[in-house]
Design a protein around this ligand. Structure first.
Ligand code: C2E
Ligand code: MG
Ligand code: MG
Ligand code: MG
Length: 283
């Protein structure tokens, strides 16, 4: 820092850092009470097949706090991870999905899949994996509707524990998806050792379809590789018809993004907007 405009700018800078720290501390210390006060809720974003029919939903957590306002999971999940509070959140999410599953399967069909996100810390935490397996067991044959999403970097961070946990989950019929694929800097060779069913192509590539030929080539290559590895592929962040058509033309199995639907509470799902109009045809 130059001395000339020093003091004023320095105090502004430190104040900004202090504000950041205050917010991080405030978020971190509010998480447990937020769980107790029911401040978290789930929204569900549809995933559609190549014909545009809803085949799955991803559960995404939301937080509204009177003092902090709406806090994005992109902000509070990393803070929860650093302060060892993500396990409590994950258990809450799993319980909530188990509470919601009958309504979703009843409304969208027994073969509808429901995914939820896990953190790296969850895989190594026996209290979390034990809790999840217990809840999954209670679902009986509905367990095969549940898919767990994990990023490649999170999986790599807890590779051994993750492999074991996912093996256990798969005996109950659960599926595992590698989230944000292509952004984790991990070696492709790990793909053969990961215990997974699905790759989720990161929005970063999808958003460049029609814009960057290189991103298009990477997307096509991921799809081709997944086909050889017999993995299904879901594209995230699909916002335009052009992106959707490109992905479908190249064999992408499911699509998810604002083009098809935003994440919404279960109560406000615009139920069958992408289903064929069979039921309503006579009314
Ligand atoms: P993610 O799992 O990769 O989820 C996709 C994110 O992209 C979501 O943001 C979703 O709302 C957003 N998205 C979906 N379609 C579009 C689109 O067409 N355009 C754009 N611009 N964005 C789209 P969200 O809900 O804010 O979540 C952010 C991240 O926070 C998630 O990324 C996930 O890593 C984490 N997260 C969310 N819920 C949970 C949870 O329950 N547990 C854990 N551990 N992490 C969660
Ligand atoms: Mg996800
Ligand atoms: Mg993702
Ligand atoms: Mg993503």
């Amino acid at each position: 820092h130059s001395k000339r405009n020093g003091r004023g700018q320095f105090t502004l800078f430190t104040r900004m850092m202090q504000d950041d720290n205050h917010r991080i501390i405030r978020i971190s210390t509010s998480i447990i009470s937020a769980l107790e006060n029911d401040e978290f809720y789930l929204v569900y974003q549809p995933k559609v097949n190549q014909s545009g029919h809803i085949v799955a939903f991803e559960a995404l957590i939301r937080w509204y706090n009177a003092h902090l306002g709406i806090v994005s999971p992109a902000e509070f999940i990393p803070i929860a991870e650093q302060s060892n509070k993500v396990s409590a959140i994950t258990q809450w999410v799993v319980q909530q999905v188990c509470n919601d599953i009958d309504q979703i399967l009843g409304q969208y069909g027994e073969s509808t899949s429901i995914s939820l996100n896990l953190s790296a810390n969850d895989l190594k935490d026996d209290s979390v994996t034990g809790f999840v397996l217990e809840k999954i067991k209670l679902l009986g044959k509905r367990a095969s509707a549940i898919e767990f999403e994990i990023t490649e970097s999170a999986y790599l961070k807890s590779f051994q524990a993750g492999n074991k946990f996912f093996e256990d989950l798969r005996t109950y019929g659960c599926k595992i998806a590698l989230d944000d694929f292509g952004t984790g800097y991990s070696s492709l060779s790990y793909l053969t050792e990961f215990n997974i069913d699905t790759l989720k192509i990161d929005r970063q590539f999808v958003s460049q379809i029609g814009v960057s030929q290189r991103s298009e080539l990477i997307t096509v290559t991921i799809l081709e590789m997944a086909r050889h590895l017999k993995l299904t592929v879901c594209a995230e962040g699909v916002e335009t018809l052009e992106q959707a058509n490109f992905l479908i033309d190249h064999g992408c199995h499911t699509l998810q993004g604002y083009y098809y639907g935003k994440p919404e509470p279960l109560s406000s799902q615009t139920t069958d907007s992408f289903l064929p109009d069979l039921n309503n045809s006579l009314s």
